[in-house]
Write a protein that binds this ligand. Sequence first.
Ligand code: ZN
Length: 168
Amino acid sequence: MSESEERKPVEVLRTPVVLDYTYSAGQSSSRHLRAFGKGKLLGQRCPVDGRVYFPSRGSCPQHGVPIEGEPVELPDRGTIVTYSVNRVPSENIDLELPYAAIQVLLDGADTILFHVLGESSIDDVHMGMRVEAVWKPEEEWDDSVANIRYFRPTGEPDTPFDQYKEHI
Ligand SMILES: [Zn+2]
C-alpha cells in the first residue's frame, strides 16, 4: 500500500455476518405460517377487548390471556402507517434500491405487518397510502410471509390519519 493510500479515509468496510439458527414456531405461529402457504392471512382476536393480532403469538400481551378462539381471516390489503427508505441492498429482497420498508395495518387488524413496497417510487410513498399484496406465483409458495413478494399502491383514497393513528 502506498503512502498516499494509507492516508485515505476508510469509506467502506465489508463485514459479512452469518447467523444460522433454528426457530421453533409453536402452535400459534405454525397456524399463521401454514395459512400463508394457502394464501390466507390469519389473525386472532383477544377475548377481552376484541383487538385482532396479526400475527398472533397465542396470547394477548396486553391482558395476559390465551387467544384460543376462531382465527380471523384478514384481507391482503391495508394502510401504510409508517415507512422508512432503504438504500442498502439485502440478499432476500429483490427490489431496486432505494425502496420503502413499510408497516402495514391490514384492514380489520390492530397490529402491524412489516413488509416492503413495490411498484411505487419512494417519492410517492406516504402514511395513509392504501396498499395490496402482490403474491409470488402459487407454485413458489411455502409456509412463509415471503409468499407475499411486496405490497403495491391500490390507488384508493388515503386512509384518514384518525383511523390509524393508534397503530403507529
Ligand atoms: Zn387483550
